[in-house]
Design a protein around this ligand. Sequence first.
Ligand code: NAP
Length: 219
Amino acid sequence: MRIAVLGATGPAGSGLAARLASVGFEVVIGSRSKYRAMEVRDKLVATWPEIDLDISADENSEACAEADVAVIATPWDAAAATASKCSQSLRGKVVISMANALAKVGNEFQPLVPPRGSVAASVQAAVPKSLVSASFHHVPAKELGDLSEPVISDVLVCSDHLEATRTTIDIVSRIPDLRAVDAGQLSNAAPIEAFAAVLLQVNVKYKTRVAVKFTGLPE
Ligand SMILES: NC(=O)c1ccc[n+]([C@@H]2O[C@H](COP(=O)([O-])OP(=O)(O)OC[C@H]3O[C@@H](n4cnc5c(N)ncnc54)[C@H](OP(=O)(O)O)[C@@H]3O)[C@@H](O)[C@H]2O)c1
């Protein structure tokens, strides 16, 4: 499976791209600038010479055309427009939204309410012919991108499309120590995205980077 990560020149997208490539996915680094995408690709390959990372680089819409699945890893207010620009090449494909709508006000992280209630819902509206899921919101970028260590977290997945839920769960499950949790319909993207503000606040308070783990789930 080939996965395009749009906005993969930022910490979240590049960390996810590296992690996905490390478990055998073909990954395309997407950016508004092919040159920036190539720089990030070269940096990832140079950082992990001992790992065979199958990573290419392209402008966002080209990356989508080459891929089976796309991940939107841009700032929240660019996610729907980024997806919309690639709508033709994303038709019929699973599109995973990982963006959180947050504002930092002083030392406080505040969740915002984007149009349609969540970033993922606004992405789905922008690409109605695609199968949008919401996932990876709470996995810290630094841990995702540090391939020398496992990344340990539960990862909530929600979508209105069974195929998108299944595909996203399959992708998450390929990464050792990440556990995918089916969180239902895309309407749950709103509280999932907003909860990222809580986690960031906890990080500030305790000077750490927390991740999510649920108890009570069957093994
Ligand atoms: N940081 C984390 O730990 C973490 C964890 C989970 C989820 N997230 C979410 O993941 C998303 C990305 O986080 P990040 O910290 O990597 O973000 P970021 O560095 O601010 O942005 C990522 C990339 O998005 C592209 N971009 C920026 N503005 C854009 C615009 N107006 N239109 C289109 N593309 C634009 C840029 O790539 P180009 O200029 O190369 O196009 C940029 O490098 C956020 O929504 C965040 O909430 C973050």
